[in-house]
Design a protein around this ligand. Structure first.
Ligand code: FE2
Length: 302
């Protein structure tokens, strides 16, 4: 077939995509071509801009490594990660959910840690924090024997994978919920942090005049067969960047209320000290348990 006009081209390419055998792949390919072609027409993309776009997409991959994922960071910075999350949880966005973005810093196989223990694995400055978390199903019943992965940044705003001075898997741990669906751990209160801007994401943010801060948060991943795997982030209610998160991740359901304890005995028995506590309840939905490929797999080299 000879193709002479833009509309003929789109029609013919869509016809080819429609031959895809697998129905879901077909749906995705047809939709992708439809929207890509519409995008090119809508913005009247020039040849120079198209060549630039191909270079930019290749660059996203080139700027990713075992300890950094520029693709995930860009997806978050364009609001795509948040859209996918909100569309796939809380009955397709009809009600509040404790699900949130995976983020670019989840690492698999963090140390299995007994409930109540600390995930501070090397000297890390910061205010002591005790977290109690509960996992419940949609009926409010406890979900026992769920694996809960926890990770967060230091008080300086760096994850251990970004910071060679932190021990391997510092501020990361895996816990198993008890019969009450409960886990507890000790750590330090995380700080908000700037996302890296030495790559393409930085260029995009600078063009937009947007800051590159994320409000302070703790990451969670809840895994149990029979339940939809839940990535979550619990944000600090006192953070100035709550409403302008560069990754568009903050929802009201995910704002954690930290409580300050002055001169009180810590849960680990240390008397008369100052510390924070945070209690939070996660709600998981029935569904398929699965683990995606982690966006990173190693620390930066020292
Ligand atoms: Fe994070």
């Amino acid at each position: 077939m000879f193709i002479n006009k833009p509309q003929e081209l789109t029609h013919y390419v869509l016809e080819q995509m429609a031959k895809t055998e697998d129905p879901r792949t077909r749906e995705i390919m047809v939709g992708l071509v439809k929207h890509l072609h519409a995008f090119v027409s809508d913005v009247a993309l020039t040849e120079a801009e198209f060549h630039q776009a191909c270079g930019l997409i290749a660059k996203l991959g080139q700027q990713s490594s075992a300890s950094h994922n520029e693709v995930t960071l860009m997806a978050g910075s364009l609001g795509v990660s948040a859209l996918v999350c909100l569309s796939n949880n809380g009955e397709g966005g009809k009600r509040a959910t404790t699900a949130n973005l995976m983020g670019p810093f989840w690492r698999q196989d963090s140390p299995l840690t007994a409930s109540g223990e600390s995930i501070v694995r090397s000297t890390t400055p910061g205010e002591t924090l005790y977290v109690n978390a509960w996992v419940r199903d949609l009926q409010g019943q406890p979900v026992s024997h769920a694996m809960v992965d926890v990770w967060h940044s230091s008080s300086k705003g760096f994850y251990e994978n970004q910071d060679a001075s932190q021990a391997e898997m510092n501020l990361r741990g895996r816990f198993e919920t008890d019969s009450e669906g409960h886990i507890a751990f000790q750590t330090i209160k995380p700080a908000g942090y700037p996302i890296p801007i030495n790559g393409l994401v930085g260029e995009v943010l600078s063009q937009l005049g947007r800051h590159n801060m994320r409000p302070a948060h703790l990451h969670f991943l809840i895994f149990k067969e029979g339940f939809k795997t839940q990535f979550s982030q619990v944000y600090s209610s006192d953070d100035p960047y709550l409403e302008t998160d560069v990754q568009f991740g903050v929802t009201q359901a995910l704002i954690g209320q930290y409580v300050w304890h002055e001169g009180e005995t810590e849960p680990n028995g240390v008397e008369g000290s100052n510390w924070w506590s945070l209690d939070f309840v996660f709600e998981v939905e029935p569904g398929v348990a699965y683990l995606p490929k982690p966006p990173i797999s190693a620390k930066v080299e020292a």
